[in-house]
Design a protein around this ligand. Structure first.
Ligand SMILES: C[S@@+](CC[C@H](N)C(=O)[O-])C[C@H]1O[C@@H](n2cnc3c(N)ncnc32)[C@H](O)[C@@H]1O
Length: 225
C-alpha cells in the first residue's frame, strides 16, 4: 500500500497488521528511528555507528540508515532480525531504492539479499562500501547471541498486543546490556506499561513529539552512563 507521504509499505489483510504507519512510512522511519536515536547525526559526523534492528520487515529503516552512512562516508555496522523475510518479489516491488541518493548501493544490497543462499541457513553477512549488514532470519526471542557495543536499537516489532513476547522484560534486559552507555532504544510505542517496564530495566525514558502527520508521541529510552 502507498502511505500518506507517498512511500510504500505492506499491510496484511488477514490480520490488519501494517509494517509502518499509514500516515507515512518514510516520515515515521526517519523520525522515530534515524533521528530520535541520534544515528542520523552520528553518520553525518562520519562516526562509526552500530545499530541493531528488531524487525527488518520491508528493509526501509535499513535502507535509510545505509543511505545516511553513504552520504556521511561513515562506517555502519547494522544487524537486523527478521523471522519471516518477505519474498524477493514483494520486496522488489516496494523499490525503496528511489529513496536516498545511493541507488547503486541499494541495487548491490538488493541483489545480495534477494539472491543469497545463506538466508536459508539463518544468517547473511554482506558489505557494500562502508556499510555492513548482518541479516539474521531467526526469531530474536530464540537467539542467545546479540551484537554488543551498540549505539542504537531500533525496536520495531508489531504492537505489544500482537506480539507480547517482543516487549518482555527479558528481551529489554538483554537489549539494555548490549547498548553502550548513552546508547538509545527507540520505538513508536508509548504505552504506559512499556514505559514502566523500560524504566524498571534501567533505561531513562522520555517521550518525544511524533512524526509529521503521524503518532502524537514516540519513545526514546537511553542507557545511562
Ligand atoms: C513493523 S514491521 C518492521 C518494519 C521494518 N523495520 C521496516 O523498516 O520495514 C515488524 C517486523 O517484525 C518481524 N518480527 C515479528 N516478530 C519477530 C520475531 N520474534 N523475531 C524476528 N522478527 C520478528 C515481523 O515479521 C515484521 O516484519
Amino acid at each position: 500500500m502507498v502511505t500518506d507521504d507517498g512511500s510504500r509499505t505492506l499491510l496484511d489483510s488477514d490480520s490488519s497488521l501494517a509494517w509502518h504507519s499509514e500516515s507515512g512510512a518514510l516520515a515515521e522511519s526517519r523520525h522515530v528511528y534515524l533521528d530520535n536515536s541520534g544515528v542520523n547525526q552520528r553518520l553525518q559526523q562520519g562516526k562509526v555507528t552500530r545499530v541493531l534492528e528488531i524487525g527488518f520487515g520491508t528493509g526501509l529503516c535499513f535502507w535509510l540508515t545505509a543511505s545516511a552512512a553513504c552520504r556521511g562516508k561513515a562506517q555502519l555496522d547494522y544487524t537486523s532480525f527478521e523471522h519471516r523475510l518477505m519474498p524477493a518479489t514483494v520486496l522488489a516491488q516496494l523499490n525503496h531504492g528511489e529513496i536516498g541518493e545511493c541507488q547503486p548501493a541499494y541495487d548491490r544490497f538488493s541483489t545480495l539479499i534477494l539472491d543469497s543462499p545463506d538466508l536459508a541457513t539463518g544468517e547473511l553477512s554482506c558489505r557494500v562500501d562502508s556499510v555492513s549488514l548482518n541479516l539474521v532470519t531467526r526469531d530474536v526471542t530464540d537467539t542467545t547471541k546479540l551484537p554488543g557495543a551498540l549505539d542504537a536499537v531500533f525496536h520495531d516489532p508489531f504492537s505489544p498486543e500482537a506480539t507480547p513476547e517482543m516487549w518482555s522484560q527479558e528481551l529489554f534486559v538483554r537489549l539494555f546490556g548490549q547498548l553502550k552507555p548513552q546508547g538509545r532504544l527507540v520505538t513508536y510505542c508509548v504505552k504506559s506499561s512499556i514505559q514502566r517496564l523500560l524504566g524498571h530495566v534501567g533505561f531513562e525514558v522520555s517521550k518525544k513529539k511524533g512524526p509529521p502527520g503521524g503518532k502524537r508521541e514516540v519513545l526514546v529510552a537511553t542507557r545511562p552512563g
